[in-house]
Unconditional design. Structure first.
Lengths: 116, 111
């Protein structure tokens, strides 16, 4: 079946512009995660959705970052007034969540954002 | 707060030799420990995972061991092949939905 998809795959934007990154999770996955990965670095957690609500937004680095999820499916990560330090790969993952156990997260290919 | 430490940051082994990557975690409530492989330009992909009620799990050339008392777990890759070259991440669960990630290990397989 289809995996997690993200668009665009690459985005180059000028400093100060807004960008929207999209994630399509695996059908039926109720949990959705956004991560940021700077070049050669690990995974920085940004936000987690369970259905359409975001119980954990603790990783959003500033109020320029926001995310929403509609219909329990597609999610959009928006970065306003982009800065050069926002340049990174933004990864989306989805997961089945239920019961009392953490489960595997399935990752998309990422969106490479470059702010010039 | 909770954290996961991963060592080494870079590991270079001869093709055919074994590779071992180690992680330690701080949250005693963690009960799920996955390992992911990330190839260049791709998202991480799960290669093996273990839950806290098991001490060891093996899948062909890959194995993971868990020591709950010492709060550490390790990835073992035997008979390494060129396609094993990648960045490997360990993680430990926090609650039922979040994973705390290690910083990654770049594994280089020398021909």
């Amino acid at each position: 079946g289809a995996g997690v998809s993200q668009s665009p795959s690459n985005k180059v934007t000028e400093k100060g512009k807004d960008v929207e990154l999209r994630c399509d999770p695996i059908s039926g996955h109720t949990a959705l995660y956004w991560y940021r990965q700077s070049l050669g670095q690990g995974l920085e957690f940004l936000i987690y959705f369970q259905g359409n609500s975001a119980p954990d937004k603790s990783g959003l680095p500033s109020d320029r970052f926001s995310a929403e999820r509609t219909g329990g499916s597609v999610s959009t990560l928006t970065i306003q007034r982009t800065q050069q330090e926002d340049s990174a790969v933004y990864l989306c993952a989805s997961s089945l969540v239920g019961g009392s156990q953490a489960r595997e997260q399935y990752f998309g290919p990422g969106t490479r954002l470059t702010v010039t | 707060g909770e954290n996961v430490e991963q060592h080494p940051s870079t590991l270079s082994v001869q093709e055919g030799d074994s590779a071992v990557i180690k992680c330690t975690y701080s949250d005693s409530a963690s009960n799920y420990f996955p390992w992911y492989k990330q190839e260049l330009g791709k998202g991480p992909q799960l290669i093996i995972d273990i839950r806290s009620n098991v001490g060891e799990k093996k899948d062909q050339r890959i194995a993971v061991t868990l020591n709950k008392t010492a709060k550490h777990f390790s990835l073992h890759i035997t008979e390494t092949q060129p396609e094993d070259s990648a960045v490997y991440f360990c993680a430990a669960s926090r609650g039922n939905y979040q994973l705390i990630w290690g910083a990654g290990t770049k594994l280089i397989i020398k021909p």
